[in-house]
Ligand binder design. Structure first.
Ligand code: PLP
Length: 483
């Protein structure tokens, strides 16, 4: 493709995206599609001769769009949002055009320094402590995901606890313990498995039945028990905004225990952390400045930056680089030897890395802090509106305190009716309409529906439609299964 052809096709692609965003509202949010259906529409063999870009775009319309769950749909309320936005998508395109590998400072000096700068900005916007800034002992880096952030934190924690021995000999069964609640993200278990600590290293800290937040007294008891038994209490994962219900663990109280016993405290604020861009939500960071060894939040969820972009900070970067730096001959260079530059390859699992800071920079510049705050506040207003409808309708109940842009709710249990089955059917009926899309979780053992607001293109009338959809589906179901 020549630059001239690229110009023509590129305009088609950008127009295609703009058209897609404009017509999303007319599409069903979730497709009715059977497994294998997509592959059946694609040729069984790869093309021998090249084809036009127009043919490629045509297949996007013919094959892909009708068989996708549309995450950018204004009536998508499932999981958590995965915000795309114009400036982020365009900057991602520019990043692809630059095609830089930012593994070492020398392989893309601006790639590294823009990233450092943008993460310092973001730390300031979110009210995170100065020791996370790149001009102190710590620093920020963009990881692909919160799962990777958790994994590298665990590796750094191991390095702090076991130093050179862990690096050379590995972890050894039963020597270390990791603490998290069952509401913590599954990434904690995954990280324990990947590091070789194993699932049995995880200690589940009890949660408060009313709030689903960590009971810090139980954390303390578990840590003390392990310490007394000769097991090293290694790391605690405190979640700010759990995936099921957006519960917030008591970071400061957990942090005091961690400090006393030398336990690494990782704060996983993947979904909720970005909300601290609003001064009235700074309390989400309570305890982070004093106690967190590492912290992450995902602009790729609720801060208008398309996947993937996890902002990760660590208080002492030498623990990360000490654990992960491996310098083969072919990567040696004078700036690295000088010690005056940051080589982000030592802060992450892969070697290669994209210029992801560009999309975060574009988002910060396009929206400004005020625009980002408006976006967060809009998602919260939408959730509050929906929670009010649930509260005002005696058929329904809230299953968790509404938090930020998330509402957990269900049809109230009725005598002689299996509440889980009823709510499962409600969810299926609602999603089958294609007019809105919700997901579910379990809260205190019971099936619950979740409405996660905060989509880039979502307006209040879309939330009103979602409520209409839920309410109508409930009426039909309850008529068929009266109390
Ligand atoms: C979504 C989420 C994750 C996982 O996010 P990835 O970036 O996809 O790994 C981790 N923790 C919490 C609390 C989450 O909400």
């Amino acid at each position: 493709m020549t630059p001239e052809e690229f110009r023509r096709c590129g305009r088609l692609a950008v127009d295609w995206i703009a058209d897609y965003w404009e017509r999303l509202d007319q599409l069903p949010v979730a497709p009715a599609v059977a497994p294998g259906e997509v592959r059946a529409l694609l040729p069984s063999r790869p093309p021998e001769q090249g084809e036009s870009f127009d043919a490629f775009l045509h297949d996007l319309d013919r094959v892909v769009v009708p068989r996708l769950l549309h995450w950018q749909h204004p009536r998508f309320f499932g999981y958590f949002p995965a915000n795309a936005s114009g400036p982020a998508v365009l900057a991602d395109l520019l990043s692809a055009g630059l095609g830089v590998q930012g593994m070492s400072w020398i392989t893309g000096p601006a790639c590294t320094e823009v990233e450092q700068h943008v993460l310092d900005w973001t730390a300031e916007l979110l009210g995170l402590p100065d020791r996370f800034r790149s001009d102190g002992p710590g620093g920020g880096v963009i990881q692909d995901t919160a799962s990777s952030a958790l994994l590298v934190s665990l590796v750094a924690a191991l390095h702090r606890a076991g130093g050179g021995r862990v690096r050379s000999e590995g972890v050894g069964a039963g020597r270390y313990a990791v603490y998290a609640t069952r509401e913590a993200h599954s990434a904690a278990v995954k990280a324990a498995v990947i590091t070789g600590l194993g699932e049995r290293s995880i200690r589940y800290v009890r949660t408060d039945p009313a709030t689903s937040a960590m009971e810090h007294g139980h954390l303390r008891a578990l840590v003390a028990r392990d310490a007394g038994a000769g097991v090293t209490p290694l790391m605690a994962v405190a979640t700010v905004g759990t995936t099921s219900t957006a519960a917030v663990d008591p970071v400061a109280a957990a942090g005091r225990t961690c400090r006393e016993y030398g336990v690494w405290l990782h704060v996983d604020a993947a979904y909720a952390g970005v909300a601290a861009v609003c001064p009235e939500l700074r309390w989400l960071n309570d305890g982070v400045a004093e106690y967190a060894d590492s912290y992450c939040t995902n602009p790729h969820k609720w801060l208008l930056t398309n996947f993937d972009c996890d902002a990760f900070w660590i208080g002492d970067r030498t623990l990360l680089t000490g654990a992960l730096a491996v310098l083969p001959e072919y990567l040696r260079n004078a700036p690295t030897e000088s010690g005056r530059v940051t080589d982000y390859r030592d802060w992450q699992i892969p070697l290669g890395r994209r210029f992801r800071a560009l999309k975060l920079l574009a988002v910060l510049r396009w929206y400004g802090a005020e625009g980002l705050r408006d976006h967060i506040r809009r998602g919260i207003r939408h959730a509050e509106w929906f929670a009010e409808r649930v509260r005002g309708d005696e058929r329904f109940e809230l299953t968790a305190p509404p938090a930020l842009s998330l509402v957990c709710f269900r049809l109230r249990p009725r005598r002689g009716v299996d509440a889980d089955r009823l709510n499962r059917r409600l969810l299926d009926e609602v999603n089958a309409t294609g007019r809105t899309f919700l997901t579910h979780s379990r809260v205190q053992g019971g099936m619950t529906l979740r409405l996660a607001a905060g989509g880039t293109f979502t307006e209040l009338h879309h939330v009103e439609e979602a409520w209409g959809c839920v309410s109508t589906a409930a009426a039909v179901l309850l008529e068929a299964a009266p109390a």
